[in-house]
Design a protein around this ligand. Structure first.
Ligand code: PHE
Length: 446
C-alpha cells in the first residue's frame, strides 16, 4: 500500500480530475440543456446544486478512495464496516465499463472527423449531405471500429506510462490546450452576426423556463459532468496526496466544468444562430450540424480541425480516468503487472465497444429492448447505476464510516476548516440521500 502512485502536484491532480470531468457531456450536452432551460438561470441553478449536492457526493467518493488507498472495489472493503458495501464498488466498475464502451466509439468518430477536416471534407456541404455522410460512416461498421481501436491504443499508450508520468503529464498538457482552443473558438465567433443571439441563448437568464424538471436536469447533468458513480473519482481520489484539500479540488473542478461548458456554448451557438439551423445537441450537433457551419467561418479549415482536436482531447482525458479505474482493479485484485491489467482492460473494452459500434448499423441485431446497445449503455449507466452508486457512497460515508475518519479526510488532518467538514457531513447525511432518491424515482417514472 505504501508505494501506491499519487498525482505529483496539486495542479496535476486538478488537471487530471478536471480532465475526467470535462468530456463530451460538457461540450455537446451541457450548453444545449442550459439554453433550453433558461440560460443563465440554469447556470445559476446548476452551480448552486453542484455546490450543495454534487460536491458532497464527489467528496464521499474521494474520501472512500483516499482513505481506502485502493481501486474502486477494494477501497470499499477497506473503509466500510461490512464487506457487503463492496457491491457498490462492483456496480461502479460495471458503470465504468458501460460508459467507456460507448465513449470510445464516439472518441473514434472525433478522430475520423479530424481526418476529414484535414482533407477539407466539410466545405460547401449542405446539411442533408452532411447527414447522409455521417449515416454512411456509422453504417459502414468497420471504419468506426478502426478509429475506436486507434483511440484505445492511444489510451493504452498513456496509461502504460503510469499515473504521474502518463495520466498527469497528458492532462497537464491537454486541459490547458482544450481551454485555449475553446477561448479561441469563442473569440472567432465574436464576429459572427449570430453571436449576440448565441450568447443570449446560454447567458441571458429566463426564469420563466425554469420548472421542477429543470432542477432534476441540472442534477443529472452535474452528477454526470463530475464523473460520479462510475469508479473514476474513487480511483483518482486514491491518487490525491494526503495534504491536498479534497474540498478545494472539488470546487475548482466543478467551476471548471461550468466555465468550459459556457465557452463551448459560445464556440458553438453563434454559428447555429447565424445560419438559422435548428438547435440540436449530442452527436447530431457535433457530427452533423456543426462541421459545414465551421467550414464557413474565416479560417474555417483550421477551425474545423481544432474543434475535433478539442473533442478528442476532452474524450481522451475522460476515458483515461475510466480505463484507469479498470486497470487499477485488475492490477490489484488479480495481483498482476500493470501491463497485463492494461491488456485485459483493452481486450474487454475492445469487445464491448465493437458491439456498441455494430449496434449502430441499420437493422442491427445488437439491441436491448428498443434501444441499440450504444444507447442502452449510456442510459442504463446514467439513469440507474449513477444514482444508486452515488446514494450508496453518501450513506456509507455519512453514516457508517467513523466520523473522525471523515473529518480527517475532509480537513486533511486538521489543515483545513472544520466548519466545511461539518457542513458537508450534514449534507451527506440528511440532504443528498433524499435528493438523489427523488431524482432516481423521477427518472424511472419519466
Ligand atoms: N464527466 C464525463 C463527461 O462529462 C463523463 C463521465 C462520467 C466520465 C462518468 C467518467 C465517469 O463527459
Amino acid at each position: 500500500m505504501g508505494n501506491r502512485s499519487t498525482f505529483g502536484s496539486k495542479f496535476g491532480a486538478i488537471t487530471a480530475i478536471a480532465g475526467s470531468a470535462v468530456g463530451l457531456g460538457n461540450i455537446w450536452k451541457f450548453p444545449y440543456v442550459a439554453g433550453e432551460n433558461g440560460g443563465a438561470a440554469f447556470l445559476i441553478i446548476y452551480t448552486v446544486i453542484t455546490l450543495l449536492i454534487s460536491i458532497p457526493v464527489l467528496l464521499a467518493e474521494f474520501t472512500i478512495g483516499r482513505r481506502g488507498q485502493s481501486n474502486a472495489f477494494r477501497s470499499f472493503v477497506n473503509v466500510a464496516p461490512h464487506k457487503g458495501w463492496a457491491a457498490i464498488g462492483i456496480l461502479e466498475l460495471l458503470g465504468a465499463m458501460f460508459i467507456l464502451s460507448f465513449y470510445c466509439v464516439i472518441a473514434g468518430w472525433s478522430l475520423e472527423y479530424i481526418w476529414q477536416s484535414a482533407e477539407g471534407g466539410f466545405a460547401h456541404m449542405t446539411q442533408a449531405q452532411m447527414d447522409s455522410q455521417f449515416n454512411d460512416f456509422v453504417a459502414s461498421g468497420w471504419r468506426p471500429i478502426l478509429w475506436m481501436i486507434i483511440f484505445l491504443i492511444l489510451n493504452a499508450g498513456v496509461l502504460c506510462l503510469g499515473v504521474s508520468k502518463g495520466i498527469e503529464r497528458c492532462s497537464k498538457f491537454m486541459i490547458p490546450a482544450l481551454f485555449s482552443i475553446l477561448v479561441m473558438l469563442a473569440g472567432v465567433n465574436l464576429w459572427q452576426p449570430g453571436f449576440a443571439e448565441g450568447a443570449a441563448f446560454i447567458l441571458e437568464p429566463d426564469w420563466s423556463a425554469v420548472t421542477g424538471q429543470t432542477i432534476i436536469k441540472a442534477l443529472g447533468q452535474s452528477f454526470f459532468s463530475l464523473s460520479i458513480g462510475m469508479a473514476a473519482m474513487i480511483t483518482y481520489g486514491s491518487y490525491i496526496q494526503r495534504q491536498e484539500s479534497l474540498v478545494s479540488v472539488s470546487v475548482i473542478v466543478s467551476l471548471a466544468t461550468v466555465l468550459m461548458a459556457v465557452l463551448a456554448g459560445l464556440a458553438i451557438f453563434p454559428s447555429v444562430f447565424t445560419y438559422h439551423v435548428p438547435v440540436t445537441s449530442g452527436p447530431d450537433l457535433v457530427f452533423k450540424t456543426l462541421p459545414p457551419l465551421f467550414a464557413e467561418l474565416p479560417g474555417g479549415y483550421v477551425i474545423s480541425i481544432l474543434f475535433f482536436v478539442l473533442l478528442f482531447f476532452a474524450a481522451l482525458t475522460t476515458s483515461l480516468s475510466i480505463m484507469e479505474s479498470l486497470v487499477a482493479f485488475f492490477t490489484e485484485e488479480l495481483r498482476i503487472a500493470r501491463a497485463y491489467a492494461l491488456m485485459i482492460g483493452f481486450g474487454l473494452i475492445l469487445i464491448c465497444s465493437t458491439f456498441c459500434a455494430l449496434s449502430q448499423m441499420p437493422d442491427s441485431p445488437v439491441m436491448i429492448g428498443n434501444l441499440s446497445l450504444f444507447d442502452w449503455t449510456d442510459s442504463f449507466s446514467s439513469n440507474y447505476i449513477l444514482p444508486i452508486a452515488g446514494l450508496g457512497c453518501v450513506i456509507l460515508v455519512g453514516w457508517f464510516v467513523p466520523k473522525t475518519v471523515v473529518e480527517h479526510e475532509l480537513t486533511s488532518s486538521g489543515r483545513y476548516p472544520l466548519w466545511v467538514f461539518k457542513f458537508v457531513l450534514f449534507m451527506m447525511r440528511f440532504v443528498c440521500p433524499v435528493v438523489i432518491l427523488f431524482m432516481f424515482i423521477n427518472g424511472i417514472i419519466h
